[in-house]
Design a protein around this ligand. Structure first.
Ligand SMILES: *Cc1c(COP(=O)(O)O)cnc(C)c1O
Length: 392
């Protein structure tokens, strides 16, 4: 199929996906693939999940859209479900991750104004990814994402990730917030020290800064709790999410707590589609499925199966630098470029991802069976050997 009507943002794509069932995607030739990246951390519940599909169909027959000039009942219910799941106070709904981060950045800037800071600065991390809009790409710690789009939005200061002292050193009287991912996703599945978020929280409390967590990828049960910060018992002032929230229906959310939750007032922010009935009714079904002890247990169980398998079979292999992850966000770092594994895995029936050129990234669905998880381990181990040319 010619894609010439489309801007070339995604390059040439060789596979056309037409259907999804559970953890599998099916292409136009009827080939099945185990989607071990879940549509990039979106479909944790897999494809054609009955409760999600039913909620979407039912809402489509009732009311697809209603503007934010009126009360929207599923929006109110989803807001409450997220408050319950997160311990935050209030929610703003967007249509994507980048837009959720835009809301968070606007909260930080308006909060700065109330503190008498006229040129506010947000401290962000190297290797971070926060989105592709002008503000969020400016916050992103990756020159490739920014290249060609000068002038960038000012007010972001980049420091090393997983380094609390670097944050303290970079601060000035203009600092108003720190924004990081609890585990860096696009940046290479980088898991910080266990107490990184706790120490950032302490520093933010001392200095009166907002702690903003970008949980667009780590949230929605991906790391084994509704939000990854809950594993650390840390409460952020602002948290953003998107990817897994709608299990495929476009929706994002910016949640805030305490004083940060009262910053945006009528007229300060909005979105035509944000929180519309179709998206919120569907996401409500998703959150009800995700926010259950059984889901978190299953994520922990699959994490153990996968991590044990990779550690047993790869940790002593020369060229494997690191095997790391949290929940179902797993990275295997090699000492060489392994981008070619994406295509090779696809030929073997597995959809995987490579970030930073040398990190195999897995974001498998929570509904995978033990057998599927073990087959995935076997396939990835074979592919890694192939990339390292160890002849196994
Ligand atoms: C994907 C992602 C974003 C951007 O989300 P979009 O929905 O693509 O705008 C932002 N931050 C993180 C951590 C992400 O993983």
């Amino acid at each position: 199929m010619s894609e010439s009507a489309l801007m070339n943002t995604y390059g040439t794509r060789s596979t056309t996906i037409v259907k999804g069932e559970g953890p599998y995607l099916v292409d136009a030739d009827g080939r099945r693939y185990l989607d071990a990246i879940s549509g990039i951390a979106v479909c944790g519940l897999g494809y054609s999940h009955p409760a999600v599909t039913e909620a979407l169909c039912k809402q489509a027959q009732t009311l697809i859209h209603c503007s934010n000039l009126y009360n929207i009942e599923p929006q109110r219910q989803l807001g409450e479900a997220l408050i319950n799941a997160s311990g935050m106070d209030r929610v703003f709904f967007s249509n994507s991750g980048a837009e959720a981060n835009e809301a968070a950045i606007k909260i930080a800037r308006k909060y700065a104004q109330s503190q008498g800071i006229s040129e506010p600065e947000i401290i962000v991390a190297d290797r971070s990814f926060h989105g592709r809009t002008m503000a969020t790409l400016s916050a992103t710690g990756n020159a490739k994402v920014q290249e060609g789009f000068a002038p960038l939005v000012s007010g972001f200061k980049h420091v090393a990730y997983d380094d609390v002292a670097a944050v303290a050193n970079a601060a000035s009287a203009n600092t108003v917030a720190v924004m990081v991912e609890p585990v860096q996703g696009e940046g290479g599945v980088r898991v910080p020290a266990n107490d990184y978020l706790n120490k950032l929280r302490e520093l933010c409390d001392q200095q009166g800064w907002l702690l903003i967590l970008d949980e667009i990828q780590t949230g929605n049960a991906r790391c084994g709790a509704y939000f990854a910060y809950q594993l650390n018992d840390v409460a952020p002032d602002v948290v953003t999410t998107a990817k897994g929230l709608g299990n495929g229906v476009p929706i994002g959310a910016c949640l805030a707590r305490g004083k940060a939750a009262e910053v945006l007032q009528p007229g300060n922010h909005g979105s035509t589609f944000g929180g519309n009935p179709l998206a919120t009714a569907t996401a409500l079904a998703v959150v009800n499925e995700l926010n259950q002890e059984a889901t978190y247990k299953q994520v922990a169980h699959l994490n153990k199966l996968l991590m044990t398998g990779f550690q047993e079979q790869l940790s002593n292999v020369a060229g494997v630098l690191d095997i790391r992850g949290k929940g179902l966000m797993i990275g295997i770092e090699l000492d060489c470029d392994c981008s070619q594994l994406v295509e090779k895995a696809k030929q073997a029936g597995y959809l995987i991802n490579v970030t930073s050129g040398n990190v195999v990234r897995l974001l498998p669905p929570f509904i995978m069976s033990d057998d599927e998880a073990l087959h995935l381990v076997g396939a990835v181990v074979r592919l890694v050997h192939e990339a390292l040319n160890t002849g196994a």
